[in-house]
Write a protein that binds this ligand. Structure first.
Ligand code: IPD
Ligand code: CA
Ligand code: CA
Ligand code: CA
Length: 268
C-alpha cells in the first residue's frame, strides 16, 4: 500500500533520526549521559535524534505543536494538531548496546490519535498505522493482533519499574499474579516496541504502569489498527491521562485484567 503524504513526512523524520541513532549506537564512551531520576538516563543520542525529528516535522508541517520527551511541550499556531514524540524509547538498552530501542512518533488531531510510527533502526523494522487505514510492517505486511483466546497459552510483555520508580512493589504483585496464568512473560525495555510487537501478534498482551504519553501514543494507534483493544488498568480509555496501559486482542483483556487487578487488593 503506498504511504500517505502524512506517513511519508513521519517516515522521513524517523529514518533520518534512525541513522543518527545507528551512528551513536555502541559508542557509549563518546556519549554524554546524564541522570534524570531513578533508573532514568538521557544521552546526547536522545537529544540528537529529537532535534532531527523536531526540525523535519516542523519543516513539513510548520504550524503543528509538539509534546516531546526531552523538549516537553511546544505550542503550535495550529491548535488542532500535535506531534507526540519519543526520540529514543529504550535508552537503557541503547546505553548497554542492546539493539532493542525505537523511535516513536504519533499525531494527535483534535485530541484524537490519528497516526503512529514506531521504528527500530537496528532491525530496520518500521511499523506504521493510520486511523481507519490499518497497521503495517515496512509498508508491506499488514499487522494483526494474535488470535489466542486462552490466557494459559499466552506470552505477555510488561515493563519493570525498577528501584525508586513509582509502582515498584505493586508491580511485583502483578507479576506474581500474572505468572500463575500465562505461558511466558517478556520485557524488551521499550514500551513502544512492546506495543508494536503486540500489534504484530508476537506478544499476546502488554501491560505497564506509569508510562508517559510519548511511550504509548504511536503504539495505541498501532494496536487499535491491528484489531486490538487498548485500555488503562481499570478498563477505561484514560491511558494517556493516567499512564497505565493494557493492550490485547480484546478477548484476552476479560481474563487478564482481573488477574492484574487482583494484585491491587493483595497486601504486600
Ligand atoms: C522507557 C521505556 C521502558 C519503560 C520505561 C520508559 P525511555 O522509556 O519505554 O520500556 O519501562 O517506563 O521510561 O526512558 O527509554 O524513553
Ligand atoms: Ca527517558
Ligand atoms: Ca520512552
Ligand atoms: Ca526516550
Amino acid at each position: 500500500m503506498p504511504a500517505s503524504a502524512l506517513m511519508n513526512v513521519m517516515m522521513t523524520a524517523a529514518r533520518k533520526a534512525g541513522r543518527s541513532l545507528s551512528r551513536d549506537f555502541g559508542e557509549v564512551e563518546q556519549l554524554q549521559v546524564s541522570v534524570k531520576g531513578p533508573a532514568n538516563f538521557v544521552s546526547a543520542a536522545d537529544h540528537r535524534a529529537e532535534d532531527i525529528i523536531y526540525k523535519e516535522l516542523l519543516k513539513a508541517r510548520p504550524g503543528y505543536g509538539f509534546l516531546m520527551e526531552e523538549r516537553g511541550l511546544v505550542e503550535g499556531v495550529d491548535k488542532t494538531h500535535r506531534w507526540i514524540v519519543d526520540p529514543l524509547d529504550g535508552t537503557t538498552n541503547f546505553l548497554h548496546s542492546i539493539p532493542l530501542f525505537t523511535i516513536s512518533i504519533a499525531l494527535e488531531r483534535e485530541g484524537q490519535l490519528v497516526a503512529g510510527l514506531i521504528y527500530n533502526p537496528i532491525s530496520d523494522e518500521l511499523y506504521t498505522a493510520e486511523k481507519g487505514k490499518g497497521a503495517f510492517l515496512n509498508d508491506r505486511r499488514r499487522l494483526r493482533v494474535a488470535a489466542r483466546r486462552n490466557l494459559n497459552d499466552t506470552v505477555v510483555a510488561t515493563g519493570i519499574p525498577h528501584r525508586g520508580r513509582p509502582g515498584h512493589k505493586l508491580f511485583r504483585r502483578e507479576l506474581t499474579a500474572t505468572m500463575e496464568h500465562v505461558a511466558g512473560v517478556r520485557r524488551t525495555g521499550s514500551a513502544a516496541l512492546d506495543l508494536a510487537w503486540t500489534a504484530a501478534g508476537r506478544f499476546d498482551a502488554f501491560w505497564e504502569r506509569n508510562l508517559k504519553p510519548w511511550d504509548m501514543a504511536a503504539g495505541i494507534v498501532m494496536v487499535r489498527e491491528a484489531g486490538g483493544l487498548v485500555s488503562d488498568l481499570s478498563g477505561a480509555d484514560q491511558m494517556l491521562e493516567n499512564g497505565h496501559i493494557l493492550a490485547t486482542n480484546g478477548t484476552l483483556a476479560k481474563e487478564l485484567l482481573p488477574v492484574i487487578q487482583s494484585a491491587q487488593d493483595t497486601a504486600v
